[in-house]
Design a protein around this ligand. Sequence first.
Ligand SMILES: NC(=O)c1ccc[n+]([C@@H]2O[C@H](COP(=O)([O-])OP(=O)(O)OC[C@H]3O[C@@H](n4cnc5c(N)ncnc54)[C@H](OP(=O)(O)O)[C@@H]3O)[C@@H](O)[C@H]2O)c1
Length: 316
Amino acid sequence: MELQRIGPTPLEGSRIVFGCMTLSEDTREAITAIQTALDQGINVFDHADIYGRGQREATFSAIWDALPGLRDKIVIQSKCGIRFRGTPDPSSPGRYDFSREHIVESVEGSLRRLKTDYLDILLLHRPDPLVEPAEVAEAFTTLKQSGKVRYFGVSNHSGPQIDLLRRTLPDPLIANQMELNLLHNHLVNAGVSVNQDNLTWPVRGEGTLEYCRLHDITLQAWSPLARGHLSGNLPANADDRTVRAAEAVAQMAAAKGVSREAIVLAWLLRHPARMQAVIGTTNRERIKACCQATEVQLSREEWYTLFIAGRGGPLP
Ligand SMILES: NC(=O)c1ccc[n+]([C@@H]2O[C@H](COP(=O)([O-])OP(=O)(O)OC[C@H]3O[C@@H](n4cnc5c(N)ncnc54)[C@H](OP(=O)(O)O)[C@@H]3O)[C@@H](O)[C@H]2O)c1
């Protein structure tokens, strides 16, 4: 497994990250999946306080007994800032909360459930329109000084939203986790759609990818497998674009003698932004299939062939 630096930190993280959102509630199954990831060289594990309402972090903590001495060899990141409907009051809506109090409490909950003293990385999960950067700065300072969090980042944030935070935060933001895959390719497609009429596909997130490259913020692609739609899990009602992209992936995988998952992920890893791919599969064979991606070399022509199939039409 190839490693890469995460942002400007000394952290050496695997290019494939193991996402824990759908980790099994069954401890034995969960440990098997985590162990498979570790055996493949994955050393970064992605959590959020809300995954399974905290259950995923709690289940993950069984790994410490199974593999003593592991903690300092892996990178654990979690996220905060999303609050469920009905908490604390029955009438409270589902919402985002970047208040100092919520950020600190959320991290303390994650640490308790994960049975660890520190998070390597904390991400703010989704932009909170009511964010007060000074409050976030206070929370981050408290967490850093107490040794509870080493580094900070964001998720689902645009460049200007990151700028707003960076102006006040004492430390750099080192990662931005965004949905990105061959089908959900807005961040890449926006770059080739600048100043174009008659777009067949909406442009979203313009400039985010370039912003992250400019500021040494590692992009972490979530749902990088497009939930398997291009690698064996084609929906019954798939549109033409998805069907053609799945065919392009299958052809290239056959030609190269690798898994379809490896091709889908290699498309992300080939991008010069040096992204990480946060996979969500907990299936042993699929985890292994994903990890072949770092061995795949895509030529410029192969990368564009996949991109054109994924965007559903030729370039401008
Ligand atoms: N920051 C955010 O806002 C955000 C949002 C969502 C997720 N995430 C992170 O990103 C990670 C990955 O997200 P994701 O799960 O949506 O990504 P994904 O890796 O694109 O999809 C994984 C899902 O697709 C299924 N799948 C894949 N290939 C399949 C196949 N051939 N046949 C049947 N099922 C297949 C997997 O089931 P199996 O387990 O059976 O393989 C799993 O449920 C999460 O764990 C989480 O850590 C972050």
